[in-house]
Design a protein around this ligand. Sequence first.
Ligand code: BG6
Length: 483
Amino acid sequence: MQPCDFVVFGAHGDLATRKLVPSLYQLDKAGLLEPDLRIVGVARREMALDEYLALARESLTTFMKEPVDAQVWERFAGRLRYVCLDLASHDQYSKLREIIDPVKRVMVNYCAVPPSIYGDICRGLAQAGLVTPQTRVVLEKPLGTDLASSKVINDAVAQFFKEEQVYRIDHYLGKETVLNLVALRFANSIFTTNWDNTTIDHVQITVAEEVGIEGRWGYFDKSGQLRDMVQNHLLQILSLVAMEPPVTLGSESIRNEKLKVLKALRPITKDNIEEKTVRGQYAAGFLKGGPVPGYHEEEAGNPRSFTETFVALRVDIDNWRWAGVPFYLRTGKRMTKKLSEVVIYFKRLPHNIFRESYKNLPSNKLIIRLQPNEGVEIEMLNKVPGIGSGVKLQRTTLDLSFSEAFESAHVADAYERLLLSALEGSQSLFIRRDEVEQAWTWIDSIQDAWRTSNDAPMPYPAGTWGPVASVALMARDGRAWDE
Ligand code: BG6
């Protein structure tokens, strides 16, 4: 790696303290940071370096499960710098130019601030002569709230940075098990040859959260679960499950294939919105034995808000591989438990010779558990051992738990992997502009149809799997959610 400086805009913010500083520390601990890499915190607040060090140390003690190692901390603290500047004042970026030579060093600029400021940061950097071909910019979501607003953000960045310098984060792409989807599909012949509409009946993708909106009403109420989770995380998972084999693992190969899937998504419009989507909003309920407030009762909540906290969708992919294979997506806040999984339901057998034991043979299932308890399961039927007459079948599970199979002291957080990739200059785990825009095009059509119908989301008690209408969405197709 070339000598590098990692600059965090928004050094006091939640993302920087909760995720970025602990992840950089872990990379340092693992010996993955170049010895002379510097981490420059940037924010408007005046602060002496000592105070910034104290803030960084506090974020490590607060957000890491393990104690801070004194030796690693000493090395890590030696990398930290702090620059105070007003991000909207472009002339102040010269303060960064005083300590960074962007010709001799790679400058990775992480925008951990609201997207409305991305354009200012890029302009400020350019004005201070800090943008060279090796300067990079890392952008956090949300990249807009629809196609038009995402174009405004991307255009503002593109004035100063070429696409190969822009790293758009979707932290799900840094998750071990999401990456494993590619390994599972393309390193195992049993799956490469059994992954289309001749063998697969349907696919379910669930991302259920226990948390509510965690004090983020201001952001979330304007966004809702469709834009907050489906536009990015769920569509990225779906693309990895559905894409054609990429030619290589290179970033353009993978991103080209994901884009093709996004382009093949059948639009959901006002004509089919009712049969293809369910919107829910949590009401007061119980989680882990304790009462939790409903969405309207959240701090600073608005009792008239129609914002959805749950979405279920039937998605069709119009291409040769997936014709006739629906993908069912659901995601919600305040659900029964935190669980993200992809379940592949294989087709039923055309004929059953075991009718005495099993009237309707259940289909095989491949369950890819993304979080928690990461792992892969295959559900299949086996003969119950015994010498009695007839063959008795029983449903059994081949269960591969990653924590048991791969002994590893430290499971890397998604941000560790993503920060390392950005430092190494590899874009394969980051989203390309055309992917973001294609995803927005598809989401906008749903959002427009909901707006036209102006129906309130269906209430569901916190601590459940969402509105019963989501069960009905599957039942209409003769299917049920994996429980
Ligand atoms: C974020 C969303 O992108 O992902 C949050 O803005 C959501 O609303 C979070 O809670 C979920 O991430 P994870 O890694 O906890 O599944």
